[in-house]
Design a protein around this ligand. Structure first.
Ligand SMILES: [Zn+2]
Length: 447
């Protein structure tokens, strides 16, 4: 009998918490990091890490896996880029646990869900057509009851997509948010009410929310909401909130283009002025016209006939996206979303690209990887994201020289280069660059 299941040899181990790089071996047993040191103890399998770095698996606290008919594509793309744990159901769209679980019982990575405000609205009969009205008092009570039940069943928290339901009342927000601090280690994530010129109002609304209900609030994809000349101001407001003792966090993805459904309120009249960009800055991301730039005729036709078409909007300032990502509290997140297997390259490239952006900004490997591991682990109260004996064995073994995203707007699912192995729950899930045939993940709930 071997002492360990796996031994990773000859690589440089990155410890994001201690900000260290060390040439040591790592042994894994029963799903945990069991030993770190200079020797070579006996293991059932040895993974050659020559020329590689080993770090904790990437943690994606903001992704979407709500397209229940398409259970695998998003998860597999994220796993291929080194993500080992993720939180789905953000931006208001997380479905009820009973709807997700049957199709998510055997996931490719460890995945938990937020309960979505828009999904709750749907459960009480507020359809997409009603998105411009606040919920009634009765509907709010029903949603509150449902949310309570979902948190009991293990939901990680409540997600808002306020830009998608722009007339949601403050009373509705507060009534639902009040439920969160009644459960341990649950939080609120929010796609804020405005992007572009009014984004700071949306940021301030979340600071007020964190202060009012005394719950953790995560501002979703902060870069894509504020990188229109307001990123530095947004960070200043949030830092001030933290200094005042509020529990605020934020995530962002490393692309100067966002992606969402054409039928959503984001593309209501006035968006060209809001983004200060022509309509040709919008690219079709899914369906028969994928890859085409929009003109007025195609915009009107698709919005009417195919509102679920994903649109990639090349409208943000890249320098500001970098400023946000570099902020010490910002987690890299994918915001992965696909429709019929198509979408934005962040689904397959966000983490290598984000880490490389941070490296180009002057951060050390450990400093850059921190934004993909220990920062998001803290945000979600996870025990992963660290490189210590006793920690869960979720790891990425990559070649720093070759580590880069390959996914493009034309080919959004191309896996990155330079990832040799990904370990999920102590099992080799990506083996010499190839996805293993069977999933090694777990459906996560919070007790
Ligand atoms: Zn969003």
């Amino acid at each position: 009998m071997a002492d360990y299941d796996l031994l990773i040899v000859d690589s440089v181990v990155i410890d994001p918490l201690k900000n260290q790089e060390k040439k040591v071996n790592v042994a894994i047993r029963d799903g945990f990091i069991a030993w770190i040191g200079k020797d070579t103890p006996h293991a059932e399998r040895i993974l050659d890490g020559e020329g590689c770095m080993v770090c904790p698996g990437f943690i994606d606290t903001h992704m979407h896996d709500e397209e229940i008919d398409d259970p695998d594509t998003t998860q597999m793309a994220l796993l291929s880029q080194g993500v080992t744990t993720c939180i789905a159901g953000n931006c208001g769209s997380g479905p009820l646990q009973e709807r997700i679980r049957p199709s998510r019982s055997n996931p490719w990575l460890n995945i938990g869900f937020m309960t979505g405000h828009t999904a709750l609205r749907g459960e009480v009969g507020i359809t997409d057509k009603d998105r411009y009205r606040p919920a009634t008092e009765g509907e709010t009570w029903k949603m509150k009851d449902l949310l309570f039940g979902e948190l009991k069943k293990g939901s990680f928290g409540l997600s808002f997509g306020l830009e998608y339901n722009p007339e949601t009342s403050w009373e509705e927000i507060i009534a639902l948010s009040e439920v969160i601090p009644r459960f341990e280690k649950r939080w609120i994530s929010s796609h804020i009410r405005h992007d572009g010129p009014r984004c700071l109002e949306g940021v301030k609304e979340m600071v007020t929310l964190a202060a009012s209900v005394r719950a953790r609030v995560q501002l979703s994809h902060l870069g894509s909401m504020t990188s229109f000349g307001f990123a530095a101001d947004a960070l200043e407001i949030l830092h001030k909130g933290k200094e005042n003792g509020l529990d605020l966090n934020w995530d962002s993805y490393p692309y100067a283009a966002f992606c969402t459904y054409l039928g959503s309120a984001v593309f209501d009249p006035g968006f060209e002025e809001r983004f200060n960009k022509p309509i040709s800055a919008l690219e079709v991301g899914s369906g028969n016209h994928a890859g085409k730039r929009l003109d007025r005729t195609l915009f009107e036709e698709l919005r009417k006939e195919f509102p679920k078409t994903l649109i990639i909007a090349h409208v943000m300032n890249e320098d500001e996206m970098k400023l946000i990502l570099k902020d010490p509290y910002c987690a890299i997140a994918s915001d992965a979303v696909l429709f019929e297997g198509r979408g934005h390259p962040r689904v397959a490239g966000a983490f290598p690209r984000g880490i490389n952006w941070l490296r180009e900004e002057g951060l050390s490997w450990a400093g850059a990887i921190r934004h993909a591991t220990s920062v998001p682990a803290d945000m979600a109260w996870l025990d992963t994201g660290r490189m210590e004996e006793g920690s869960p064995a979720d790891l990425v073994i990559f070649e720093p020289e070759n580590f880069r995203d390959k996914a493009t707007f034309a080919e959004p699912l191309l896996p990155p280069e330079g990832i040799r192995y990904v370990i999920v729950n102590g099992k080799v899930a990506v083996d010499e660059g190839l996805l293993n045939a069977s999933p090694c993940g777990r459906f996560l709930t919070r007790d």
